[in-house]
Design a protein around this ligand. Structure first.
Ligand SMILES: [Cu+2]
Length: 458
């Protein structure tokens, strides 16, 4: 083709437009390798994988009801995908490779675009080889603001994690799928962090009322949390407001993937520190601290009012709803006799050689047919029967559910329920979000070695 002056002019005009088009393009979320000071100052830094090169990745904050749009760019040496944990999301945006999308190859991209129906504290994380990719740092906070904010003086998003580091080199231990971790409690770290660092400090005033948004991003650790130098209330769990704020007294658990929103009043005096504590058998360890300088409000305040409720479904006729049992089986000390892998029944020994240590209802991988095939809008009870010697945090995608208390009353809305060893926990689920949804243990090594199933809503 001959280039005419008209063609040249058109090309020039197009190139002049390019910078503007690029600037107006989608907001990216790049998953890439980076280095970060995870261990205390004086120790070497650590090679991580992070969104925008940070662990946690950038805080994404949107208004309730708004759309979120992000182009995932994969600069990792592995395929990846992003799951938006706790969001009652359009199924195609849920980020589960092999179920809702293909994993994004190295150098590839994927456009996520969805609305956020509920206010609250959520998070995003890798859902491909998650036991490795989340341990390497691929997670970040996702905050959805209420139309009217609670009466507070400040707010901190606190992402909790534990890391398994070599103290000499700062390197992350690379044994992500070692059989001992998989068959026991999962990968537990030797360094506890908040927002990707050791014992970070935040400023505060005595008497200040703060909102703390706690997110457990650890692979397997159930944090037992306590407060020192502040008194507070739990006002939301897994993003969803409690009907009445629950005063914090003593320790409260936060299982992997769970969130808790606290409203706290700083009681520590100016010149001292208040702390978020990890309660262990031999005492409490500070996870992060609030250096108190100066005085805020003097008067003791009344308990906070509940956060505005989210548009969750109504649960009626629970006693008449079908009850589905899911047995949690296997692991160390209760080794599987046998379980199915695909259509094949294998012995526990054969499964262990294949890195499978757990099963859900006798199936040691995600089955062909769904655990539950629900009509849209129908109400179901699921009983998680934990026959193992370990705790498991069971997570449903695309939905929140209500925990059913032993006395039959409906408890808080959650997306992840901790089922202690030997315990049975029932939940009530309104299956109102169409699609194929994962149901799995959020101890990520357990999920990859047998504890993954799914349900369908049509
Ligand atoms: Cu588990």
């Amino acid at each position: 083709m001959l280039l005419t002056r008209r063609h040249v002019l058109k090309a020039a005009a197009a190139s002049a437009l390019l910078p503007r088009l690029a600037a107006a393009g989608p907001v990216t979320l790049t998953a890439r390798e980076a280095r970060q000071q995870i261990a205390p100052e004086g120790y070497p830094d650590t090679a991580i994988w992070g969104y925008e090169g940070g662990a946690p990745g950038p805080e994404i904050r949107v208004a309730q009801g708004a759309r979120l749009s992000r182009r995932l760019m994969n600069e990792l040496p592995q395929p990846t995908a992003v799951h938006w944990h706790g969001i009652r999301i359009d199924n195609a945006m849920d980020g589960v490779p092999g179920l809702t999308q293909q994993a994004v190859p190295q150098g590839g991209s994927f456009d996520y675009d969805f609305t956020l129906p509920d206010a609250g504290t959520y998070w995003y994380h890798s859902h491909n080889r998650s036991m490795e990719q989340v341990a390497r740092g691929l997670y970040g906070p996702l905050i959805v603001d209420e139309p009217s904010a609670p009466d507070i003086d400040g707010e901190w998003v606190l992402v909790l994690d534990d890391w398994r580091l070599d103290p000499e080199t700062g390197a992350l231990a690379g044994d992500f799928d070692n059989g001992h971790d998989l068959s026991h409690a999962g990968r537990l770290g030797n360094l506890l962090t908040v927002n990707g660092g050791f014992d970070p400090a935040y400023p505060a005033r005595q008497g200040a009322r703060l909102r703390l948004r706690l997110i457990n991003a650890a692979n397997a650790r159930v944090f037992e949390l306590g407060l020192d130098g502040m008194q507070g209330w739990i006002v939301a769990l897994d993003g969803m407001p409690l009907e009445e704020p629950l005063p914090v007294s003593g320790a409260f658990p936060l299982a992997p993937a769970q969130r808790a929103d606290l409203i706290v009043d700083i009681t520590a005096e100016s010149g001292t520190a208040a702390s978020l504590l990890s309660i262990e058998r031999d005492g409490g360890y500070g996870l992060c601290r609030f250096d108190v300088a100066g005085q805020g409000a003097r008067a003791t305040r009344e308990a906070p009012v509940p956060l505005p409720p989210n548009p969750l479904p109504v649960i009626e006729g629970l006693a008449d709803s079908p009850l589905h049992q899911m047995r949690l089986e296997g692991g160390a000390m209760r080794w599987l006799d046998s379980a199915r892998l695909g259509e094949t029944e294998l012995s526990g020994r054969e499964l262990a050689q294949l890195g499978r240590f757990w099963a859900l209802n006798g199936q040691a991988d995600r089955p062909e047919t769904p655990f539950l095939d629900a009509a849209r809008g129908s109400l179901h009870r699921i009983a998680f029967v934990n026959e193992t010697a370990f705790d498991h945090g069971m997570h449903l995608h695309g939905h929140h559910f209500r925990v059913i208390a032993p006395n039959g009353e409906l408890g808080p809305w959650r997306d992840t329920v901790l089922v202690a060893r030997g315990e049975t926990r029932q939940i009530a689920l309104v299956a109102d979000n169409p699609g194929d949804w994962l149901l799995h243990c959020h101890m990520l090594g357990h999920a990859s070695s047998g504890m993954t199933s799914w349900f369908r809503v049509t």
